[in-house]
Structures are given as C-alpha cells and as structure tokens.
Ligand binder design. Structure first.
Ligand SMILES: *Cc1c(COP(=O)(O)O)cnc(C)c1O
Length: 367
C-alpha cells in the first residue's frame, strides 16, 4: 500500500497524458506554449475566478502574490503556525514579518477569534491555509481584512477542488495560490502552481512579475522573478484535469468511509458542515501517535505527520517569535497523523488501515 498512489492514477490516464506530452514535443513551444493558456482558462472557469496565472510552484505563487500587493520590508503578514513552511517562508523572503495566529484544535485551521488581537498598524495581509484540503473561515477572515484594509491570500495548495458555502477554493478571497506538486490533489509531474484573482490590475501585475517584471519584451516596469510553469507540466495537468471531478468524488467517498469506521473511537480532523474538503490528507489525532505509527509500519501501512514542528518553533523562524505561545499548534503537532488517501485507494485497503488504527490506538477492531 502506498501513502499516495500516483502509479495507479498514471496507469488510468497514461494514454491521455502521453498524447498531451507528445503534442508539446511536436509543437516545441516549451515555454508559454498553447497548453499554458488552455490550462489557465480551464482552471479559471472551474474555480469561478476571472484570472488564473500558472507559475513554477505553489511557493512561487505565494511569493508573486505578496510581491503584487506590494509587501515591503517591515510589513506584517498574519498566517498560521501550523502549515508547510512555504507559507511563512515567502513572507520572510520579502523582508516582511510573519505574525502567527494559533489554530483551532478541531480543524487545525487558523482560529479566527484570535486574528484581531494580532493586527497592528503594520499588518498588510492575511494568509489563511486551507489545510488538509478544507478552507478556513473565509467569510469572517475577509470581513476582518476589509475592516483593516488588508488583503487575504488563500494558501490553497492542498484544497484545489474544495468548496466553501458553495464557492470553490481559489475563489474565496482577493487572491489564492495553489500547487501542482505531484502529491497534491491536482498534481503535475514536477513543480507547478497557479494564482487566482478576479482583480484585473492584480492579475496584470502578477503576470508581469512571473516574467521578470516585464510589461513588454525587454521592458521591465517592476521587479519580478523567473516563475513560469513550463508547457509540459501544463499539458500533464490538462490530461489529469478531465478525471479531476471523479477523483474529488472518490476522495470524499473514501473520507466518509474512514469517518464512519473511525469516529466515535478516535479523534478525526473535523469537517465543517458549510464546506467540503478534497482530503489532500485524511488526518486523525492520537494521544499515542508514536505507538500507532510503529504498529502500522510493521503491517506495511504508511503514515505521515503534517506537521511535526509548528513553523515558529523552527530554528530559522525563532527570531520572529521570541516568546512563542501556540498551545493548540503544539498539541496538534504532537498528535496528528495522516493515513493513506487518494482517489485510487482500494476500499479493502482502507478497511485494513482503519482496523489497524483502531487496534493500535487501543479502541478495538471495527468488528
Ligand atoms: C505544498 C504546499 C506549498 C508549496 O507548494 P510547492 O508547489 O511545493 O512550492 C505551500 N503551502 C502549503 C500549505 C502546501 O501544502
């Protein structure tokens, strides 16, 4: 059993993926070829956002978004301590200061009730993370941001395809960033990402920043980066995208089955009723994680921890938080464990995982 089964997915789609890649080899436009625009149009239409700008990774997407809103050294950006490090890294890269706001234990999403007290005269933006595939409390976050003149950038690296009150992730705030890292819900075969917005001025700025701040060939009106997503990777996402709706349904079905088998016996990360998750991870919370991890490993069941150390506790980030106080993040970092998940996970394997977890956690088999 694999933690995320990309091989079965490839076998399902090998003809379409091969044909798409062959087309790129035939036309030879490896950079900014026709597949780039085709993908941008399809993804924008899917999310409902007016503009989609593909970029070289999810990290680059976040960096370009922050550059486009003019984040300067000394500015503060509020985000969650409980995420992949890239969320905070891009803030620091621009000389700005990440201000961490603790999470809710039930969902591991940023705790909206703690955001206001973190705002200062220097706060310019909020980056909520749609962790494990589930959007945060975006209405409340947008309302707070509007009140204080701040921009909301959804880190949707794990949540492409999820919904919040009927709207798609990547179209829930001024800007959203996603990732096509191979193991994400919609992945390519290398690095890739995309930025979404319905603000045309921001879209134009981000298109320019993606290509060295270039407004016309060799005319550089702003500082930019080399951040394009290559045509080949766009072709791979296009091939996979035809299967995406089905895959999201499968993910939800399998997560519901995990819920059914596990909840009531052990703590699972909660799903809020007004939104959906694409379950980039199916995550549970355990008091005896090390024991369960070891017992599952013995049975050939892979697991992972997202994430074992909150960002402010990482050595490189300590200087931004001389007195870190993130009690919920600290507890969840010790307790969370993600189980094998993906559209091609076999129901029998899922049952085997659930039984093994229940037994190892001391809650008895499912019977
Ligand atoms: C994966 C991920 C990123 C970074 O995406 P890359 O494409 O790997 O650069 C950023 N934020 C979160 C929450 C992620 O999960």
């Amino acid at each position: 059993m694999e933690f995320i089964d990309l091989r079965t997915q490839y076998n399902e789609m090998r003809y379409e993926i091969g044909a798409r890649i062959q087309t790129v080899l035939d036309h030879g436009s490896y950079i900014m070829g026709p597949e780039v625009k085709e993908l941008e149009q399809r993804l924008a239409a899917y999310t409902g956002a007016t503009h989609c700008i593909t970029v070289s990774s999810g990290t680059e997407a976040l960096l370009i978004a922050l550059m486009a809103i003019g984040i300067q050294p000394g500015d503060e950006v509020i985000t969650t301590p409980f995420s992949f490090v890239a969320t905070a890294e891009v803030i620091v890269m621009l000389g700005a200061i990440p201000v961490f706001v603790d999470i809710e234990a039930e969902t591991c999403l940023i705790d909206v009730s703690r955001i206001e007290q973190a705002i200062t005269s220097k706060t310019r933006a909020i980056i909520p993370v749609s962790l494990y595939g589930q959007p945060a409390d975006m209405d409340e976050i947008n309302a707070i941001a509007e009140q204080h003149g701040m921009v909301v950038i959804e880190d949707a690296a794990q949540s492409f395809g999820a919904t919040y009150k009927g709207h798609r992730s990547c179209n829930l705030s001024a800007i959203a960033c996603t990732s096509f890292f191979p193991s994400k819900p919609l992945g390519c075969y290398g690095d890739g990402g995309a930025i979404f917005t319905s603000n045309s001025a921001l879209a134009q700025a981000m298109r320019e920043i993606r290509v060295h701040g270039q407004s016309q060939r060799y005319v550089h009106t702003r500082i930019g980066v080399g951040g394009r997503m290559d045509t080949m990777q766009c072709a791979v996402v296009l091939a996979k995208f035809d299967y995406f709706d089905w895959e999201v349904e499968q993910r939800m079905r399998l997560a519901a089955r995990y819920d059914q088998l596990l909840s009531g016996h052990i703590d699972v990360i909660r799903q809020r009723s007004n939104r959906t998750s694409v379950y980039a991870q199916y995550t549970i919370s355990l008091d005896n994680r090390a024991v369960v991890e070891a017992l599952l490993k013995q049975q050939g069941i892979p697991t992972a921890v997202h994430y074992p150390i909150p960002i402010p506790m990482q050595a490189a980030y300590a200087r931004f938080c001389p007195n870190p106080h993130f009690p919920i993040s600290m507890i969840m970092a010790r307790k969370v464990m993600s189980l094998p998940m993906g559209p091609y996970l076999k129901p029998d394997d899922l049952s085997r995982v659930a039984d093994a977890v229940l037994l190892a956690a001391g809650a008895g088999p499912t019977g």
